[in-house]
Design a protein around this ligand. Structure first.
Ligand code: AMP
Ligand code: MG
Length: 354
């Protein structure tokens, strides 16, 4: 049985929190909102509970979970040592959507880190997530609360669609704030290595760490990494079931070029007998006269685009179409995360270098 508990996202009701905390404390699974996406939480020190998280998501056992803490003090319960420069960054970036990779304490069960000696940790900025961890008094291991491979959930409805009947509690705290998963950075290397782009952009990371960040080419989402260093790279992810064609330009200064590319592909697909949806932006949508169309928002506000991304990808599967064509976005700030997710979700990519 799954219990759905509505909560005020800003001032969560104590009765709701205590019920969810009791569930976690007794080894149950609780889906809860964070500022990035919904998480599926388990008591980090309860291996059986953590194993259940993998099972209900259908998540490969070699894809480690992020451990959520409520403070820098709690960070000490799961990691060996925090270098001064990292502490300095975390003091400024937490609570927030920044996950760091550090060496794990032996007490952190291997199932959490998929056997890796390092653990991913973050302190979420969402009042509900923070209150849950505080209430439990222990860190909470939580991947995104979706079935493995599907777009991450940004509303409780997404969680219900994927996990109803499989978890104990789903806390409905409305829409998440950012809509894409946290930025993941490995701070065990010098310079630090970006493992997953997210709401904290590369420009911001460079400022926080006071140095250039190492960005492996595959981070942009083009090719698969062989090793599950950052498992998000290894599996097809964030994807609707219907095929998705991504059209990207090297420069989005002249949107008429983008519109022309999209129209060419749409016409090709339509004349081959496919029903096509276009996922565009407020600036371009009116040009796609004959297609079913969805906007991700304005190109002037990439935070809005990120926030709508997974909802729109999930909606594609509900439309009476065979294929969707999606526009690319500038890789600036959170745009790098948007393009990383789109490239992973796409079945076909068309890249135009203008
Ligand atoms: P999810 O919780 O579904 O957002 O996925 C967790 C993500 O955290 C993975 O895809 C990795 O990018 C990252 N991650 C978690 N643990 C580790 C680790 N020990 N080393 C490297 N990356 C990790
Ligand atoms: Mg996930």
């Amino acid at each position: 049985m799954t219990k759905i508990l509505k909560v005020d996202p800003i001032n969560p009701e104590p009765e709701v929190l205590s019920e969810a905390v009791a569930t976690l404390a007794s080894g149950g699974l609780v889906a809860f909102p964070t500022e990035t996406v919904y998480g599926l939480g388990a008591d980090v020190f309860n291996s059986d509970a953590v194993s259940k998280v993998f099972k209900v998501k259908g998540r490969p056992a070699d894809n480690p979970l992020i451990v959520h803490v409520d403070s820098l003090q709690m960070l000490d319960e799961v990691v060996e040592e925090v270098p001064d420069n990292v502490l300095h960054v975390l003091k400024r970036a937490w609570p927030g959507p920044l996950t760091v990779i550090l060496r794990k304490k032996p007490t952190v069960p291997n199932v959490v880190t998929a056997g890796l000696p390092a653990v991913a940790v973050r302190c979420p900025a969402h009042p509900v997530a923070l209150a849950l961890i505080k209430g439990l008094g222990r860190p909470v291991a939580a991947p995104s609360a979706n079935l493995s491979g599907k777009p991450s959930p940004t509303t409780a409805e997404h969680v219900i669609n994927d996990l109803y009947g499989k978890v104990d509690v789903i806390i409905d705290g409305g829409d998440t704030f950012f809509g894409v998963e946290s930025t993941v950075i490995n701070v065990l290397t010098d310079p630090p290595t970006l493992l997953r782009p997210g709401p904290i952009g590369l420009e911001e990371l460079t400022k926080l760490f006071g140095k250039d960040i190492n960005v492996p080419q595959h981070i942009r989402g083009f090719s698969e990494a062989e090793v599950a260093l950052s498992p998000g790279m290894k599996y097809r992810h964030y994807a609707p079931e219907k095929p998705l064609v991504l059209i990207e330009l090297s420069d989005y200064g002249d949107l008429s070029k983008l519109v022309n590319e999209v129209l060419t592909v749409v016409n090709e697909l339509t004349s081959s007998g496919f029903k096509v949806a276009v996922i565009g932006s407020d600036e371009t949508l009116s040009y796609y006269t004959d297609a079913v169309k969805l906007s991700l928002g304005s190109r002037k506000n990439l935070y809005e685009v990120a926030k709508n991304l997974f909802k729109v990808l999930r909606n594609v599967d509900r439309l009476d179409v065979d294929v969707a064509v999606v526009e690319g976005f500038e890789e600036k700030g959170i745009g790098l995360a948007i393009m990383n997710r789109l490239r992973k979700a796409a079945t076909r990519k068309l890249i135009k270098t203008y």
